[in-house]
Each structure stands twice: as C-alpha cells, then as structure tokens.
Design a binder for this molecule. Sequence first.
Ligand SMILES: CC[C@@H](C(=O)O)C(=O)SCCNC(=O)CCNC(=O)[C@H](O)C(C)(C)COP(=O)(O)OP(=O)(O)OC[C@H]1O[C@@H](n2cnc3c(N)ncnc32)[C@H](O)[C@@H]1OP(=O)(O)O
Ligand SMILES: [Co+2]
Length: 134
Amino acid sequence: MIGRLNHVAIAVKDLAAATAVYRDTLGGKVSEPHAIPEHGVTVVFVELPNTKIELLQPLGEASPIAAFLEKNPAGGVHHVCYEVADIIAARDQLKAAGARVLGNGDPKIGAHGKPVLFLHPKDFLGTLTELEQA
Ligand SMILES: CC[C@@H](C(=O)O)C(=O)SCCNC(=O)CCNC(=O)[C@H](O)C(C)(C)COP(=O)(O)OP(=O)(O)OC[C@H]1O[C@@H](n2cnc3c(N)ncnc32)[C@H](O)[C@@H]1OP(=O)(O)O
Ligand SMILES: [Co+2]
C-alpha cells in the first residue's frame, strides 16, 4: 500500500529559528513559511534529494500539535508521511484492519494540494502516520 516517503515532520515552537537551523547550519533548501489554518499549522518545507522535512509551528488556539509541544518543549519528530496510490482504498483497507483514522475519516487537502489522512500513533508503533494521495 505505502509508496514513497513524502516527508518527515518536526514540530517546533519557533519556526524562524528552526528554519535557520536547517538553512544556515545544515545548508538545506528551505521554503517560505506557509500558514495552513485548516490544519492549524504554519509550515516550512526543506527540500532534500530524496524526500522533504516539514517544519511545523502551531497556528491558532486549537492546533493539533499544541499538546505534542507541551510534552516535547524542545520540539521533535511529529509524523511521517507516505504516499499511496488510492487514499480512499487505503483508508478502507486500514479501517477494515482495525486502524483508527483520525478526524471524521474523510481526507483533507494537505500542504501539497493533495488529499491527506492521519492514522492514530498507537496503531502504528507510536508514530503518527500521514497518508498522501500520490
Ligand atoms: C501541513 C498540513 C499537513 C500536511 O499536508 O503535511 C500536516 O502535516 S498537518 C500536521 C498536524 N495535524 C495533525 O497532526 C492531525 C492529526 N493529529 C491529531 O489528530 C492529534 O494530534 C492526535 C494524534 C490525535 C494527538 O492528539 P493530542 O490531543 O495531541 O494528544 P492525545 O492525548 O489525544 O494523544 C493520545 C496519545 O498519542 C500520543 N501522541 C500524540 N501525538 C503524537 C505524535 N505526534 N506521535 C506519537 N505519539 C503521539 C500522546 O502522547 C498520547 O499518548 P499517551 O500519553 O501514552 O496516552
Ligand atoms: Co505532514
């Protein structure tokens, strides 16, 4: 079912400082910050030759990454994102296998303009897992 690793997301409190680490210390190619209110985050992408790093800062009062940052104030790896050929087929297969699809179960449009879904971390080895339509 899963294909390419689309991105690894790192939650941070200070997006400008995190961007500077990836740009100035690690020499990465970083995007401009992009606010995505429907996901409650502001994001910067770091383009790598084989995948991306997604730097996430909370946006708004009900950001889904707020509790994670309270538990991990220095920031940390928040989720991994795999591409799937058919996100509805993947969702239905995973639900039938007993996995919890977060939210109302319907894909939302993600940072790349494609449908995404999230799977509960407790069902995937303690790792929040995002699926993105390829
Ligand atoms: C930029 C757009 C998009 C893209 O296209 O790439 C994005 O990536 S948006 C990214 C942000 N959006 C989301 O994360 C949406 C899905 N997330 C959620 O629905 C929630 O964050 C959550 C996973 C249900 C967690 O909710 P929360 O309220 O923070 O905590 P809980 O207390 O309910 O957590 C239960 C349990 O799970 C552990 N946990 C929480 N987050 C993570 C995590 N990121 N990785 C691993 N484990 C996590 C949490 O510690 C709790 O464990 P226990 O303490 O053992 O109960
Ligand atoms: Co993501």
